[in-house]
Design a protein around this ligand. Structure first.
Ligand code: FES
Length: 121
C-alpha cells in the first residue's frame, strides 16, 4: 500500500492507503474525492486530469494513449496525469504520492471539444 494524499483548493488534504494496481481515480472514489471522469475512465477525455506534485516515480509511466490525450488537451508537462490511467505501482506506505485535484466545477461535464475550447479561452 502506498500513501496517496489528495489536495485541492476547497478541502483539507486527505490521505488514503492505496494498493498497488489501483488507479488514482479509483483511490479518489474510495476517498469520496470528486474527480470528473466524463468518458467513464477509459482514457478518452481529459476531464480526470490531476497534477502529481510528489511521487510520480511510484506511478506507472504514461502510455502513448495517455500522452496523446493530454497533448490534445494542451497538457505537455510531466506532472499532469489522467487519474483513470495513473496506476499506483508501489506497495510501501513510505512512498507518498501527492495529487493536486484542480477545481472540478471549472471542468464540469464538458465534452472533449468543449473542454478544449474552455482551455483556449
Ligand atoms: S475519465 Fe476520461 S480520460 Fe480519464
Amino acid at each position: 500500500m502506498a500513501l496517496v494524499r489528495f489536495v485541492n483548493s476547497n478541502k483539507s488534504p486527505f490521505a488514503v492507503e492505496v494498493k498497488k494496481g489501483v488507479s488514482i481515480l479509483n483511490a479518489a472514489f474510495s476517498s469520496f474525492i470528486e474527480i470528473n471522469h466524463n468518458c467513464g475512465g477509459v482514457c478518452a477525455c481529459v476531464s480526470c486530469r490531476v497534477n502529481i506534485l510528489k511521487g510520480k516515480e511510484f506511478l506507472n509511466k504514461k502510455s502513448l494513449l495517455e500522452k496523446k490525450q493530454l497533448e490534445s488537451g494542451g497538457f505537455f508537462d510531466e506532472k499532469t496525469r489522467l487519474a483513470c490511467t495513473a496506476i499506483v505501482m508501489s506497495n510501501s506506505k513510505k512512498n507518498e504520492i501527492i495529487v493536486e485535484v484542480p477545481p472540478q466545477e471549472e471542468i464540469g461535464n464538458l465534452t472533449i471539444n468543449e473542454f478544449r475550447e474552455f482551455l483556449l479561452k
